[in-house]
Design a protein around this ligand. Structure first.
Ligand code: SF4
Ligand code: SF4
Ligand code: SF4
Length: 541
């Protein structure tokens, strides 16, 4: 018989509850970080922007979580996930309130469990076709939960008025009546874990021959698995909650390795990998920052950037209160961004910081994407940097808006006030294209050019600014394509063209026609040969 520590709690149950509470308090958004890491990798892969260096933190987190789950099973769900812990708490609350427990037939239960896989496929397709944003911010119940799972979030209740908050309340309501309702039927991350844990090495055994008519473990299973039918638990639904081990009156449920050892190993490994992911992310971010700083140190002062040298500070609202940064400008370029203070949770803030700061440094711009799953922390950093730099722009910065390494760094036209290229011809007039006496790869005189290309549903028109032989910015004047495809193409293609200073760049998968429309229009504006851009007359040889 299992030894009860208090009233009727065994050591395994008590340990599990302690770990659940600790995990809830220490990293309430770990499930969001994990899901976001998987989504970031997937998005980078389909967008053709995958880089191990840039995604080091997410790679360590996602790959190790999946690997540990494939070997040990879903201990993450049973022990560490705060959303799952909230589900357990609501179920417990429902029992205390003596709420009715609806009986869900096994056939209905089986069908409902497929829903999470359908949702997962839907999310994959949504990301593929609509890009990132539809699942961002407070549209997502997980994000709203992450905001209020920490006491710090309660200072601003505005996110309660959102689609995500309504969905979250519905999930909470359902969880009062059905144990782990979200985990059973709806969780897309649970669906990923279910698939990879199907052939796990950690197995729970319960020889049926010794059971008789007893069905206690089936009744107590958090995920409603019909255990009475099996001698070995092979279901991908199993979240390793260990309730079946605890409840069996005949000590007939065993696991190899022993449940306590397996749980300890899995929890330590999962937590360790979480911190390893953070360290890898920090390291990669620092390396990128150092590379930018070195590049700026060796800059030719003749190409001094648009900011006045100095150290500036700025603040803006993050996830939980204000984020303050200090921004160092060297040779006119942003050489360092340091965080002075933040009220955000480390797990969100670190992933935002590791994603956003290297982006700001490498693009020398605050027009950078937020990190998915850490949108509010990202916004806090971006706005704080923007605020710091708002008074740092040289009024006579002229065309010196290039970063020092022109192959990797892009211009800074987005900051306010935007420095205007000199000289700047009237936008309506297409300047005469001549071989300007400058170093850039674009054989066009300084000025603004307009061009038209053929998109998915009609013409796309762009205007392209050229200064010193470089494309400094591209604006979309008009387009006829569907917004969801067009914005996806636009966000990536424009930065690719500016980075490469060429139209010889890859189109965005899932938005090929819209990408082609933009490339075609830019080529038209600059007189480049889009079908064979490498041999373009627009490039200097
Ligand atoms: S199924 Fe989803 S919500 Fe439930 S514990 Fe696992 S990751 Fe968390
Ligand atoms: S009760 Fe047993 S079979 Fe059911 S989820 Fe928990 S560990 Fe898995
Ligand atoms: S609780 Fe134990 S004895 Fe009862 S069915 Fe489950 S494994 Fe068999």
């Amino acid at each position: 018989m299992k030894k009860k520590l208090f009233h009727k709690i065994t050591a395994l149950t008590l340990t599990r509850r302690i770990i659940q509470v600790a995990s809830f308090l220490l990293f309430p958004g770990l499930f969001i970080s994990t899901f976001s890491a998987i989504k970031s990798i997937y998005t980078a892969l389909i967008g053709g922007t995958f880089s191990v260096a840039a995604l080091a933190g997410q790679m360590v987190l996602a790959v190790s979580m999946l690997l540990i789950t494939a070997i040990m099973g879903r201990f993450f769900c049973g022990f560490l996930c705060s959303f799952g812990t909230m589900g357990d708490f609501l179920w417990y609350l429902g029992s205390k309130l003596k709420l009715p427990r609806p009986k869900i037939g096994s056939k209905t239960d089986r069908i409902l469990k497929k829903l999470k896989y359908v949702l997962l496929v839907l999310i994959v397709l949504l990301i593929w076709t609509f890009g990132w944003t539809i699942l961002n911010g407070t549209n997502n119940p997980w994000t709203v939960f992450g905001m209020y799972a920490s006491i710090k979030g309660w200072s601003d209740l505005s996110a309660f008025v959102s689609i995500g908050a309504v969905l979250l309340l519905l999930i909470f309501f359902g969880s009062l009546f059905i144990e782990r309702m979200f985990c059973r039927y709806l969780c897309p991350l649970g669906a990923v874990f279910a698939v990879v844990s199907k052939f796990r090495l950690f197995k729970i055994r319960k020889p049926r021959a010794k059971c008789g008519a007893c069905r206690a473990c089936t009744k107590r299973c958090s995920m409603g698995i019909p255990l009475y039918r099996a001698s070995v638990v092979k279901s991908a639904e199993c979240i390793d909650c260990m309730n079946c081990v605890e409840i069996c009156p005949r000590d007939n449920v065993s696991a190899n390795p022993k449940p306590a050892i397996a749980a300890a190993v899995a929890v330590v490994a999962l937590s360790g990998m979480y911190y390893a992911g953070n360290i890898a992310g920090n390291f990669s971010a620092e390396r990128q920052a150092v590379a930018v700083s070195e590049s700026l140190s060796s800059a030719n002062t003749a190409t001094s950037g648009p900011f006045a040298d100095g150290v500036y500070t700025g603040s803006a609202a993050g996830y939980h209160g204000e984020t303050s940064v200090s921004v160092t400008v060297q040779n006119g370029y942003i050489s360092d961004v340091s965080v002075l203070a933040t009220g955000d949770d480390a797990e969100f803030f670190n992933s935002a910081k590791n994603g956003v700061i290297p982006e700001i440094l490498s693009t020398q711009s605050v027009s950078v994407d937020t990190v998915t799953g850490a949108t509010f922390s990202s916004r806090g950093i971006i706005d704080a940097v923007s605020s710091a730099l708002s008074g740092a722009l040289k009024t006579d910065s002229g065309v010196s808006v290039f970063a020092t390494d022109r192959s990797t760094l892009t211009p800074v036209p987005q900051l306010t006030p935007t420095p205007s290229p000199t000289p700047s011809p009237a936008p309506t007039e297409t300047p005469e294209k001549t071989q300007a006496a400058v170093d850039g790869p674009i054989a066009a005189a300084d000025g603004t050019y307009s061009g038209t290309g053929s998109g998915f549903r009609g013409n796309t028109t762009v205007s392209v600014d050229v200064a010193n032989g470089y494309i400094t910015s591209i604006s979309i004047e008009s387009y006829r394509d569907d917004d969801e495809f067009f914005s996806r193409a636009k966000n990536t293609i424009i930065s690719r063209i500016i980075s490469a200073q060429s139209v010889d760049v890859d189109t965005v998968s899932g938005a090929t026609y819209s990408s082609t429309g933009i490339l075609d229009a830019v080529a038209d504006a600059l007189g480049l040969d889009y079908t064979a851009p490498a041999s373009s007359g627009g490039h200097r040889h």
